[in-house]
Design a protein around this ligand. Structure first.
Ligand code: FMN
Length: 407
């Protein structure tokens, strides 16, 4: 019988004392990509939100961000330079102070680096093509530049190790660069990085290889490495289906000893159109027995946690940890009935939401939203949601349905 408070041991020895994970979430608190006091207050308050907290998407290359889908400016964090190390050391320490594991999510936004131009940079893509919602220049990566991005993931991993993180998660989901290479919708290359499924898998696989190389050389033995994937990308042409993404996962877990695979889902028990099984179940054979599976999506109550746990080894929560930063502690102590399940002006303060997150979630147009959001509409100042994207249809995967409907 599974319990939410089971100890889970990863294949390289790291242990967590609950099946609950905090899903990566932009804290909207960076100051020119650097960790700010707001970032530290927010993560410091989340040292008991889960056994393992995955810190938000952090940019590994100069041109890999910032992405401002949900932020006005440079509030996304980065790790492409040693100058980011002192701040990130504090984030890792703040999360680990009560025995939590701290994982850093490594990302390159690719075409979604929609604030890059404003910072004198250029958004990089597998193939420069016309995306209806994009009104800034896109630079098609050369073979040499592709190889440099792969190295950037390795350098970022080394910095994460030096900062004291317990692991890294490679962000292969949510329409960012890795997914853009894997998807036939956005990858029209005919060199070694595009074309057949095998060639479209090469960029993700080379990144995993480079990250693992750095981990084997520099990290403690029990360092955790995970990979996040969106199970499908469906437009009028199919970017990829679960039939292909399970092959990618099989290739990753068959060749590299990753600790976990994280399936990015809007609803934890979602199923594809052509199967009666959930994505969580369909990915299990590809993940195998050695790596753990994490699922996520609309887990907001103890009941949701219990039923999601039946489908997977670990259950991640994003918004629930904004509402109640002590959610896992309460489960551990048998106080599930005390979990805060809606936002209020009072809870905004108690849960140490950053000003950027308050502004985002008090915007009536924000999706996915926090239950009880009407009570904080008065806190909304201006901006937050990217007006251009709202006008043209968002490119964020959490609103993938919008994107699908548009094409
Ligand atoms: C404000 C916000 C920021 C997010 N930022 C990230 C991110 O940095 N990286 C990522 O992989 N997913 C990100 N997500 C997606 C979440 O990790 C999660 O998959 C999604 O919110 C569904 O989980 P939930 O229903 O528990 O909120 C973000 C979601 C929200 C609401």
């Amino acid at each position: 019988m599974k319990s939410l408070t089971d100890t889970v041991t990863f294949r390289h020895g790291a242990r967590v004392n609950t099946r609950l994970v905090q899903s990566p979430m932009l804290s909207n608190s960076g100051n020119r990509e650097m960790v700010s006091q707001d970032t530290l207050d927010y993560y410091g308050a989340r040292s008991q939100s889960a056994g393992m907290v995955i810190v938000e998407y952090t940019n590994v290359s100069v041109n890999g961000g910032p992405s401002r889908t949900w932020a006005d400016d440079r509030s996304q964090l980065a790790i492409y330079d040693d100058k980011f190390i002192p701040g990130m050391i504090k984030v890792a320490a703040a999360l680990k102070k009560n025995g939590n594991k701290a994982i850093l999510q490594l990302a390159h936004a690719g075409r979604e680096a929609n604030y890059a131009q404003a910072m004198g940079r250029v958004a990089e893509v597998p193939t420069a093509m016309d995306f209806p919602w994009i009104d800034y220049p896109l630079h098609e990566l050369t073979d040499g530049e592709v190889r440099q991005v792969i190295k950037d993931f390795g350098s970022a991993t080394k910095r994460a190790i030096d900062c004291g993180f317990d692991g890294v998660e490679i962000h292969g989901a949510n329409h960012y660069l890795i997914q853009q290479f894997f998807s036939i919708f956005s990858n029209k290359r005919n060199d070694d990085w595009g074309g057949s499924l095998e060639k479209r898998m090469r960029f993700p696989l080379e990144i995993v290889k480079e990250v693992m190389r750095v981990v084997k050389e520099f990290a403690p033995k029990d360092f955790i490495v995970g990979y996040r994937i969106s199970p499908e990308e469906i437009h009028s042409i199919v970017g990829y289906s679960w039939h292909e993404s399970t092959q990618l996962i099989q290739a990753i877990t068959g060749n590299y000893d990753l600790d976990y695979i994280h399936i990015s889902l809007p609803q934890y028990n979602d199923k594809p159109k052509d199967s009666t099984k959930t994505f969580a179940e369909l990915f299990q054979p590809a993940i195998g027995r050695q790596a753990k599976e994490i699922i996520v999506g609309n887990v907001l109550s103890e009941k949701d946690m219990q039923s999601a746990m039946q489908l997977s080894d670990l259950v991640a929560m994003a918004r629930a940890t904004l509402l109640d930063p002590q959610i896992a502690l309460k489960i551990k102590e048998g106080r599930g009935n005390e979990i805060v399940d809606h936002i209020s002006p009072e809870q905004v303060k108690k849960s140490h939401l950053t000003p950027g997150l308050i502004n985002l979630f008090s915007d009536p147009r924000m999706e996915p939203h926090l239950p009880g959001r009407e009570s904080i509409y008065a806190l909304h100042e201006t901006g937050s949601l990217n007006e251009d994207i709202l006008k043209n249809g968002t490119s964020s995967s959490y609103n993938l349905k919008d994107l699908q409907d548009k094409k």
